[in-house]
Ligand binder design. Structure first.
Ligand code: NZQ
Ligand code: ZN
Length: 400
C-alpha cells in the first residue's frame, strides 16, 4: 500500500424524512441560495420541503436559482455565481444530482473571482482559467450543503466536479478541498421519482467509479480491495434487485449509500488509480450528449479487453472475488475473459449500452474523439500514464 492522507469532512445525514434536518444544519442567519436543476425538485415537492425546513427556525433569507443542466454548463453557473455576489449569499444549498452539486461547487469556488471593475460580477476569463487549471490554488469559497436526489456520482461526499462548456466542446473535471459540502442529506425515498434509466445510470456510474480505483495492479491494499469488491457485489445484487422490484426501499437505501461510498475517497486512498474510462467518456458526453454513465458502460468492457495484459493480476482477482470464478479447471485467461463478459452482460441487463453502435455511433467518430482528448491533454492516461492516444484509439475501436 502507498502512503496516504485521508480527509473527508462531509457530514452525512441519511434516511427518509431527513430534509427537515436542514433547520439545524444551515446557519440560522444565513443568506441561502438554493440551486436546482431542470425542475424535478420542484415537480416532486422536494424544493417545498427544503424551503419549509429552512423556514422552520432562524432568520434565514432564502433565494433560488434553477435551471442547472445535466452536465452543468459553464455559462449557466457563472450567472448563478453573479447572483451569489449580487444577493450577498453566504450559503449555497444544492438540491439535485451530480450535475447540480458539481455545478454548485463550481459556483461556490468562482463567486469570489470578481471582475476588477465590478465587485459583483464574476470575471468570465478568471473563471475559465480556473476551470482549465482544475480549480487548484484557490483560497476561498462560499459554504455549500447538498440534498441528493439521485445516487450516482458521489459528488455529495467528495471535493470534485465536472463542468461542461458546449461552446468550447469541453467537459473538464476539477477538485479542491474547499468544495467539500459541509453536509449532504441522503433521503433514499427521493429516488422513487427517478426515471428507470436514471436509476440504472446511477448503479453503473458507481460501479465504474469502484473499477477505476480498483482495476490497476495489486499493492496489497487489503482494506481498499475488500471494500471495493464488496461494493461491486452489492451494486450487482441491488442493480438486479431494483430492476425486479423498483419499489423496494431497502434496495434504494443500499444503492444510495454504495454510490456515495464508491467515490468519497476511501477506496482510492493508498492505491494506484486509472480513470481512462471516465476521461474518454467525458469526450463522448461533450461531443454527442450521451449520459455520463452510458459513456462508461460503452467504454469499460473495451478498456478491460485492451488493457488485459497490464491489469492481469487485478482482473483475475476481480474474476475470483466479484464474479466467483474460482474453478481450478478453468485457465486464468478464460476466467478473465468470462469476468469481462459477465460485466458487460450485467450492464446489458440494466438496459445500458455496451458499444458505440448501441448509442447509434460508428467508427467515423473516433478521429474526433481522439482530437478532443489531445486538445484536453488526455494523452497519458492510466495507472502508469502510458495510455497514449494510440491506446485510446484502440479502446474506441474495440468499443465500436
Ligand atoms: O434537472 P432535473 O430536472 O433535476 O432532472 C434530473 C436530470 O435530468 C433528473 N433527476 C435528478 N433527481 C431526480 C430526477 N428526476 C426525478 N426524480 C429525482 N429524484 O435526473 C437527471 C440527471 O441528473 P444529473 O444530476 O445529471 O445526474 P447524475 O447524478 O448522474 O450527475 C451526472 C453529472 O455528474 C458528473 C458527470 O460528469 C455529470 O456531469 N460526475 C461527477 C462526479 C463527481 N463530482 O465526483 C464524478 C462522476 O464520475 C461524474 O463525472
Ligand atoms: Zn462517473
Amino acid at each position: 500500500m502507498k502512503n496516504f492522507q485521508y480527509y473527508n469532512p462531509v457530514r452525512i445525514v441519511f434516511g427518509d424524512n431527513q430534509i427537515k434536518e436542514l433547520a439545524n444544519l444551515v446557519p440560522l442567519d444565513a443568506r441561502v441560495l438554493i440551486t436546482f436543476g431542470g425542475g424535478s425538485a420542484k415537480k416532486h415537492g422536494t424544493l417545498d420541503e427544503v424551503k419549509a425546513a429552512l423556514d422552520a427556525n432562524g432568520s434565514r433569507k432564502v433565494f433560488e436559482f434553477g435551471g442547472i443542466e445535466p452536465n452543468p454548463e459553464f455559462d449557466t453557473l457563472l450567472k448563478a455565481a453573479d447572483k451569489v455576489n449580487e444577493l450577498d449569499i453566504d450559503f449555497i444549498l444544492a438540491v439535485g444530482g451530480g450535475s447540480v452539486i458539481d455545478g454548485s461547487k463550481f459556483i461556490a469556488l468562482v463567486a469570489p473571482l470578481t471582475d476588477d471593475s465590478n465587485s459583483k460580477k464574476v470575471s468570465r476569463e478568471k473563471a475559465w482559467q480556473t476551470l482549465t487549471s482544475r480549480c487548484r490554488n484557490l483560497d476561498s469559497a462560499v459554504d455549500l450543503g447538498a440534498v441528493l436526489t439521485i445516487p450516482a456520482t458521489g459528488s455529495e461526499m467528495n471535493s470534485g466536479g465536472v463542468i461542461n462548456d458546449s461552446n468550447r466542446q469541453a467537459k473538464l473535471s476539477f477538485s479542491n478541498p474547499l468544495a467539500y459540502p459541509k453536509f449532504s442529506i441522503l433521503d433514499p425515498t427521493k429516488t422513487f421519482t427517478l426515471p428507470e434509466h436514471q436509476v440504472m445510470n446511477g448503479v453503473a456510474d458507481a460501479f465504474v467509479h469502484v473499477m477505476e480505483q480498483y482495476l490497476t495492479y495489486p499493492v496489497n491494499a487489503k482494506v481498499q480491495d475488500a471494500f471495493a469488491e464488496q461494493l461491486l457485489k452489492i451494486l450487482i445484487e441491488e442493480g438486479r434487485a431494483v430492476c425486479q422490484n423498483p419499489e423496494d426501499l431497502e434496495t434504494r437505501k443500499n444503492i444510495m449509500w454504495s454510490a456515495t461510498m464508491a467515490l468519497n475517497g476511501l477506496i482510492g486512498t493508498g492505491v494506484p488509480q486509472d480513470w481512462t474510462t471516465h476521461m474518454i467518456g467525458h469526450e463522448l458526453t461533450s461531443l454527442f450528449g450521451i449520459d455520463h454513465a452510458r459513456t462508461l458502460t460503452i467504454l469499460l468492457p473495451a478498456v478491460m479487453r485492451e488493457l488485459k495484459a497490464s491489469k492481469k493480476d487485478k482482473l483475475l482477482q476481480f474474476a475470483n472475488s466479484v464474479w466467483g470464478l474460482t474453478d481450478e479447471r478453468q485457465s486464468d485467461d478464460d476466467k478473465i475473459d468470462a469476468a469481462i463478459d459477465m460485466t458487460e452482460a450485467f450492464f446489458k441487463s440494466l438496459n445500458l449500452p455496451v458499444s458505440l453502435s448501441d448509442a447509434n455511433l460508428d467508427e467515423s467518430v473516433i478521429d474526433t474523439v481522439i482530437e478532443q482528448l489531445d486538445a484536453h491533454q488526455m494523452t497519458a492516461l492510466g495507472e502508469h500514464g502510458n495510455n497514449d492516444l494510440t491506446v485510446s484509439r484502440r479502446i474506441l475501436q474495440r468499443a465500436v
